[in-house]
Design a protein around this ligand. Structure first.
Ligand SMILES: [Zn+2]
Ligand SMILES: [Zn+2]
Length: 234
């Protein structure tokens, strides 16, 4: 699985230039992870031990339901529920609350096998981005031609870059370029939202909406790194 995760060609992802390229990368990794877990991994007992231990978050359960069969999801759930039932939340208890078991349940509510795989993959991809940015002028141009970088990935990328992901010599330029991609888009979003609000003023009657009509959805996508799904379309 780890080998698969690292084979995403960053040039291909960055060449699309449709939205945040790191959101696209994350989406690819999530699709791979959830397909793997409901497919090939079903036959690997050591993977099942890990998924029983980590569980899944709501987002990734939903993806697993979409890409896997109902039987494969049920088999994963069967052993996961069984472990929780036997080890952490038995039906009958007596005496003082078992702090260790309660803490284990708390950890379980916050952990996800797919999130861990995706995060591992993303950190690996960041390293590839840093080395391409440093050594490849063409990639640097491609990086700077992105439409935008969302807020979450600005934070993740810069945090990784500061933690010695990129050389001290390249760090100021990388910071400037990345801020331009994130902050530049933020500036245009803010202007579009302001324009949207102003269109409700009677003095704006007859004026053009410009790019402001979907500025709410685009702002939410920028802030949360997930597009707003329009349920009325389809
Ligand atoms: Zn993003
Ligand atoms: Zn998850």
């Amino acid at each position: 699985m780890k080998e698969d995760i690292t084979t995403i060609p960053i040039n291909d992802v960055f060449s699309v230039r449709e939205g945040c390229p790191l959101c696209s990368m994350r989406n690819m990794l999530e699709a791979r992870s959830t397909t793997y877990i409901t497919g090939a991994a079903m036959m690997e007992p050591d993977v099942r031990i890990k998924t029983n231990e980590k569980g899944f978050c709501h987002r990734h359960f939903e993806m697993m339901l979409k890409c896997g069969t109902r039987l494969s999801n049920a088999l994963i759930l069967e052993s996961h529920l069984d472990k929780i039932k036997n080890e952490f939340i038995p039906k009958t208890v007596s005496g003082k609350p078992d702090k260790k078991k309660i803490a284990a349940v708390r950890n379980l509510t916050k952990s996800c096998f797919c999130c861990e795989q995706v995060n591992w993959g993303m950190e690996h991809m960041f390293q590839t981005i840093f080395s391409s940015y440093t050594n490849d002028e063409q990639f640097r141009q491609l990086y700077n031609s992105q439409r935008f970088i969302c807020m979450e990935h600005f934070s993740d990328l810069m945090t990784a870059a500061i933690a010695k992901g990129i050389s001290g010599k390249m760090l100021p330029q990388f910071y400037a370029d990345t801020s331009k991609l994130c902050g530049g888009y933020l500036e245009s979003l803010k202007a579009d939202v302001t324009h949207f609000c102003s269109m409700f003023d009677y003095r704006s009657k007859g004026q053009s909406w410009g790019n402001s009509k979907d500025s709410i959805e685009r702002s939410i996508e920028f802030l949360t790194s997930d597009p707003v799904v329009d349920e009325t379309k389809e």
